[in-house]
Design a protein around this ligand. Structure first.
Ligand code: F6R
Length: 585
């Protein structure tokens, strides 16, 4: 993970670097740092914590610099492990994982070189220093050849105070061009705050930023021409707009996101191909991680029940190493809010290599996944800044349900769902009163059957990641096969019931937990179930087509996680140990 940036040009570098890093903070916020070069020296300023901790670095003098916001992989979050790292005449910032770092470090130690940090990254600066004669770019290239794993790196040299050398393999890096200035960043969202002209660096390529025009090289260091991409702002707004937290703002945007949902392809001309593939497909594989995986599970129920197309949903990190069977006429759908999740990208690449047609459901234009896919189904949910995914989940469902309906030959108007979502948001406020029962709980269970089970999984993930309470999402019928042993009078159980035909069955599980002393909370679209006297409290949500109910039932679950997180004194937008975009394995 981690976000990296660089700037060289007519302005002072430090304020630009800090601005870009703030935008990239969603990639990690354990520590942050910048390095700025001037004719005398390179100054480094870094601290543990978020980008705001290095605010005073804006005073650093110089027009060329690099920066980093970290999500720790190797080495605890601390000042000494924060990037940039320096050795000799070189200072580097790195995103990725150097898998052979231990071996390389041993090699350096045998040469009497000393290390300051516990990171896998510091060794990169040592290697560049070793290979440097008088050619900065060549030294970076020679170092990169030695690196195994994934990396995007930006490098400064005190011998070349107005130059940045960049390289990538497996981790994203984009170069931007402005008016007599150049930028580099981990993504276009950051760049789009400064320019609308970018160059997408591919694996094995290098860029040298100096003066007004970046220059690009292939892996042998032959100069190459790169097409300039003129892009629209990726997201127009990343502001809290008066809300206390981005998460709350983003949940409140669900109705407007659903209102905008329209199944379309980017580029539009690919829609016919996608439609043809969809109509002929005999198997669907969905690959994704985390919340996106849960939206895939919800889609499976809709695709199988409405279209009768066998659909397999697989956690991307498993799929990529599992040697999956991909038969002819298999459509693979990769779902990723960020479009940068390393495991999802690897699973999607594998599926494509094996001949599958790859459709991407993503929220970020120009992301790595959009560049890989045969067709992109955009979710158009707008910037999602809170680490816990909310509106992007609902938007993914709207797109995936539309795909199911397209295959079935039906039209659905999701504007109707926008009104339902607004009603659900209003009723979901009641869960604020549930939090006292959750605060001290040893564990929490979310149960449901069918699509309600998928919603239960998502409710549990949300609660875990921002409230830090242990919880599990469980198929209601499965509890009695072992897990019921964990339920006692201190256990809150949240049951989701939206399907009439399964309601009584789920209520059996509710009774079973209740007789072991559990406190039961219901989320249901069925008024008679909502009136059930056994529950401590219920939230009644609007009824809609049964296959699609997670698009609404997840809203009170998101709200429950949000209010519990606040009641426990956490920051729901930036939960500990996590980051918004998981670009490492
Ligand atoms: C949970 C959450 C994560 C992401 C997962 C995949 O709230 O946000 O579980 O869903 O890391 O991320 P994307 O969708 O960007 O591939």
């Amino acid at each position: 993970m981690c976000g990296i940036v660089g700037y060289t040009g007519r302005r002072r570098a430090a304020p630009v670097l800090l601005k870009l890093l703030k935008i990239l903070e969603y990639r990690g916020y354990d520590s942050a740092g910048i390095a700025v070069a001037n004719q005398e020296r390179i100054d480094i300023f870094k601290r543990q914590g978020k980008v705001e901790q290095i605010g005073s670095a804006s005073l650093l003098v110089g027009r060329t610099g690099i920066g980093h916001t970290r999500w720790a992989t190797h080495g605890a979050p601390s000042e000494k492990n924060a990037h940039p790292h320096a050795y000799g005449k070189f200072v580097i910032a790195h995103n990725g994982i150097i898998e052979n770092h231990a071996l390389l470090k041993e090699e350096c130690i045998a040469r009497n070189e000393t290390f300051i940090s516990d990171t896998d990254s510091e060794v990169i600066a040592h290697l560049i220093s070793r290979y440097y004669e008088d050619d900065f770019l060549r030294a970076v290239q020679k170092a990169c050849v030695r690196l195994e794993g994934s990396f995007a790196i930006v490098v400064l040299s005190s011998d070349h105070p107005d130059k940045i050398v960049c390289a990538r393999k497996g981790s994203p890096l984009v170069v931007g061009k402005g008016d007599r200035e150049c930028f580099v960043a981990s993504d276009l969202v950051a760049l789009s705050s400064e320019t609308d002209q970018a160059f997408l660096l591919e694996d094995g390529e290098y860029a040298v930023l100096q003066g007004a025009q970046p220059v690009f090289y292939d892996r042998e260091l032959s100069e190459i021409y790169k097409e300039k991409l003129r892009f629209d702002p990726v997201f127009d707004c990343a502001d809290k707009e008066g809300y206390l937290h981005f998460m709350k703002k983003e949940m409140n945007e669900i109705p407007s996101v659903l209102n905008k949902t329209k199944l379309s392809c980017v580029p539009e001309k690919d829609f016919n191909d996608f439609y043809k593939v969809l109509c002929q497909t005999e198997y669907i594989h969905i690959v994704a991680c985390g919340t996106a995986y849960h939206s895939g599970l919800c889609a499976k129920y809709a695709l199988e029940s409405l279209c009768r197309v066998p659909t397999e949903v697989c956690i991307a990190s498993e799929y990529r190493y599992r040697n999956p069977i991909i038969k002819p006429r298999t459509l693979v759908i990769a779902i990723s809010q960020s479009g940068e999740t390393a495991d999802t990208l690897a699973a999607a690449k594998l599926a494509k290599e094996r001949g599958a047609y790859l459709a991407a459901v993503t929220n970020v234009k120009y992301s790595s996944l959009t560049r890989l896919a045969d067709c992109v189904l955009e979710t158009n949910a707008g910037a999602e800044i809170a680490v816990a995914a909310t509106k992007s989940f609902n938007a993914q469902l709207a797109v995936l349900y539309s795909v199911a309906l397209l295959r079935k030959g039906e039209k659905e108007d999701f504007t109707e769902f926008a009104a339902y979502a607004q009603k659900t948001l209003d009723s979901a406020e009641a869960v604020r009163g549930w939090t006292p029962y959750f605060l001290g709980a040893k564990s929490v269970y979310f149960i449901g059957r069918g699509v309600d089970y998928c919603a239960a999984l998502e409710g549990s993930l949300k609660l875990k990641e921002i409230s830090y309470l242990p919880s599990e999402g469980y198929a209601a019928g499965e509890l009695k096969h072992g897990t019921l042993a964990l339920v006692d009078e201190n256990t809150p159980v949240v049951a989701i019931l939206t399907q009439r035909s399964l309601a009584e069955k789920t209520m059996n599980a509710v009774h079973e937990t209740k007789s072991r002393g559990a406190r039961v909370f219901l989320i249901t679209s069925l008024p008679d179930i909502a009136a059930n006297a056994e529950a401590t409290s219920s939230v009644l949500i609007p009824a809609c087509r049964e296959e699609f109910t997670p698009i609404l039932s997840v809203i009170p679950l998101q709200a429950l996680a949000y209010y519990t997180s606040i009641a426990r004194g956490n920051d729901p937008d930036k939960p500990r140990n996590l980051a918004k975009s998981v670009t490492v394995e």
